[in-house]
Design a protein around this ligand. Structure first.
Ligand code: SF4
Length: 223
């Protein structure tokens, strides 16, 4: 059941927009580093990118898509063959199950085409809200906010939420930002989380959002 999220105050919205403005000036152009030639390929690559880098995924997908060029090819694939191809991305058994299942659902319910509605995307087996939001925002620029571990951490440290539930955080961020800005939020939070606001070693001394951040203790350079 959808949770009721309180309407943010004007001051909270203003603070959230200052944060986004600064991240925009640090990361003016944002798009995924995943390489893809179709919405389905991006969907598969996004599933494969869990717990690994986009670079790792980009190394394995050329062989995967050469061997299985369409959703129906992958839907009928031998799982062991797919596992061998995606092995180096980690969690290869679960990822194999997911990409075969989502391809099969696409063929069965959508004629092999990726739907453009969040509600339909998340019905595909193996596709969560985060994956669906990435694809919507990246391929069609459809307003969506994807909450992964980086977005979760950064939003909490910056006081934009006090929840750790991705769905609640997604709704809270959507309340803080204008719809037209949603697509740019996740990518910038993710990049900032990787480069500056690291989980274990945040670079607080070098952070453009230090004055907006309630996280304590602030990290200092070592040595
Ligand atoms: S000051 Fe430190 S904890 Fe706060 S947002 Fe910046 S890097 Fe993250």
């Amino acid at each position: 059941m959808a949770k009721s999220i309180p309407e943010p105050t004007t001051a909270e919205k203003r603070n959230a927009r200052v944060i986004l403005r600064r991240l925009r000036s640090r990361y003016p152009e944002m798009s995924t580093a995943l390489e893809y030639a179709s919405p389905w390929q991006l969907l598969v690559s996004t599933v494969l990118s869990a717990q690994t880098t986009d670079e790792n995924v980009n190394k394995v997908v050329p062989s995967l898509f050469a061997r299985f060029p369409t959703p129906s090819d992958l839907a009928m694939a031998n799982p062991e063959e797919v596992e061998a191809l995606v092995f180096s991305t980690g969690f290869y058994r679960q990822k194999t199950k997911s990409i075969i299942a989502l391809s099969s659902d696409l063929v069965e319910f959508h004629d092999g085409e990726v739907p453009t509605e969040l509600d339909e995307l998340v019905k595909l087996r193996g596709v969560g809200r985060k994956t669906a939001s990435v694809v919507l925002a990246e391929v069609w620029d459809i307003p969506a906010i994807a909450v992964d571990t980086h977005v979760n951490r950064v939003a909490n440290r910056l006081g934009l939420t006090d929840s750790t539930d991705p769905e609640v955080i997604e709704q809270e961020l959507k309340g803080l930002y204008l719809k037209k800005d949603w697509s740019g939020v996740s990518m910038r939070f993710i990049q900032f989380g990787r480069e500056v606001c690291d989980a274990r070693k945040p670079r607080c001394w070098d952070c453009p959002l230090r004055d907006r951040c309630a996280f304590e203790p602030k990290a200092v350079p070592v040595g």
